[in-house]
Design a protein around this ligand. Structure first.
Ligand SMILES: Cc1cc2nc3c(=O)[nH]c(=O)nc-3n(C[C@H](O)[C@H](O)[C@H](O)COP(=O)(O)OP(=O)(O)OC[C@H]3O[C@@H](n4cnc5c(N)ncnc54)[C@H](O)[C@@H]3O)c2cc1C
Length: 386
């Protein structure tokens, strides 16, 4: 991540899910004033409205970028939860039994992301101005060199010297339509997920969550859940439908969850199917935002034109421009593509982003940071071109 700004202390953050709220919290702690802009009527209404998800390490035999990231993210997020959210009002610690690949029992937590988003925004409240019902249509430069977010009618939604786009899949449209990134350089893909859930009456059907293809949560209790959800529930999820950006529930997805549950806990699969037949099964569906290599995008937005120019300069051999020397758009950052790991990664990535914005070392290992660099796709393409 190559920082392009050290002095301005005002930023605009677009997107108020886990990613945007984590950035707000990190910047506010560093003394920044933030304008938070979201198309929805309040925070955590996209994928971060998930009723319950899992905070857990991604365990692999040999370390991978995701396993290293999730190990760090798990610790960092757990500390945030312990500090800011009461157990039973947005999260509960647990363990998870991995049944398929890399079997074993791992520490984990069940988390309602909206509780963490709310907590971050409450903590940062004195420094964050919130703008709801504010869909950014374009990002443009003002004559004074600030960033301005405008709606479809051309009205200004917010203006600041620095902009952070944390709008999940909406980041693609915003950055590409504003001609700030080329479509191929921001390969974000929607992945629809549907969770099946129901009120838990009586004893849970397992001692702890189990994961194989999907996660079975035998019991989750949360007195902070919105009134349309049971306070004590069990859940199975979630489906993975790549390329689908719809959010309606389907019986086929409930059946897919029941089929996955069959090998995890057969009595629970039977219960899921019988609740579905009686019309008592609840569900929740939303869209994850994943990148082509399934890793988040964290850092300064590349300037593809300047990169191409640099690579064609006499004396500069294509392979000799290192990724971190990719030219950047001034004071423009992105945190997106958290995929199915937003709970685990948002806080960690936002911390690294905020450090980079101030030109400080993030504490992250350089190779790990490079795997998240939002310039990686533009850089690879520029190296390949004749
Ligand atoms: C079914 C399902 C199960 C999941 N399970 C887990 C799990 O167990 N563990 C885990 O860690 N993660 C899980 N996830 C993933 C997790 O929910 C996401 O990674 C996380 O919520 C993404 O946060 P975000 O802030 O990037 O996106 P979002 O929460 O989607 O927020 C993006 C925000 O940007 C706003 N926006 C978009 N475009 C614009 C615009 N142009 N102008 C203004 N605002 C805009 C939207 O309104 C939205 O509020 C799951 C996701 C799904 C769908």
């Amino acid at each position: 991540m190559s920082p392009t700004v050290a002095t301005p202390r005002q930023a605009m953050v677009i997107g108020a899910g886990l990613a945007g709220a984590a950035v707000c919290a990190q910047l506010a702690r560093r003394g920044w004033e933030v304008a938070l802009v979201d198309a929805a009527s309040g925070p955590a209404q996209g994928a971060s409205a998930l009723p319950v998800g899992m905070l857990s390490p991604h365990v692999t035999r040999a370390p991978t970028p995701l396993s290293r990231l999730s190990a760090l993210g798990m610790q960092a997020t757990l500390a945030e939860l312990q500090r800011l959210v009461l157990p039973g009002r947005g999260w509960q610690a647990c363990e998870v039994d991995n049944l398929g690949h890399d079997p074993g029992r791992w520490p984990a937590a069940l988390v309602r992301p909206a509780a963490l988003v709310q907590a971050w925004l409450e903590e940062a409240a004195a420094r964050v101005t919130r703008h709801w019902h504010a869909r950014a249509h374009r990002l443009e430069r003002t004559p004074s060199g600030h960033w301005r977010a405008v709606d479809a009618a051309g009205n200004t939604l917010a203006e600041a010297p620095v902009a952070v786009v944390a709008a999940a899949h909406g980041s693609h449209r915003l950055l590409v339509d504003s001609a700030l990134m080329e479509p191929d350089h921001l390969p974000l893909r929607p992945v629809k997920g549907q969770m099946s859930l129901a009120e838990l009456r009586g004893a849970p059907l397992a001692d702890r969550p189990r994961r194989d293809s999907g996660v079975f949560v035998p019991v989750y209790e949360d007195s902070g859940l919105p009134p349309d959800w049971p306070v004590r529930l069990w859940a199975m999820g979630s489906t993975y439908t790549r390329g689908d950006s719809t959010t309606h529930l389907t019986p086929q997805a409930h059946e897919a969850n029941a089929a996955s549950l069959q090998s995890i806990c057969p009595p629970a699969a039977e219960r899921l199917r019988s609740l579905q037949a009686s019309g008592a099964l609840l569900g929740w569906a939303q869209v994850r935002c994943a990148s082509l290599d399934r890793l988040p995008l964290v850092g300064a937005v590349p300037d593809a034109g300047a990169l191409r120019e640099l690579m064609t300069q006499a004396g500069v051999r294509r392979g000799r421009v290192p990724l971190h020397e990719t030219p950047r758009g001034k004071d423009l950052y992105v945190l997106s593509a958290l995929g199915s790991r937003g709970i685990t990664l948002a806080h960690l990535c936002a911390g690294w982003l905020a450090a980079g914005m101030e030109g400080e070392p993030s504490g992250a290992e350089a190779d790990l940071l490079a795997t998240l660099d939002p310039a990686r796709f533009a850089w690879r393409q520029a190296r390949r071109q004749p």
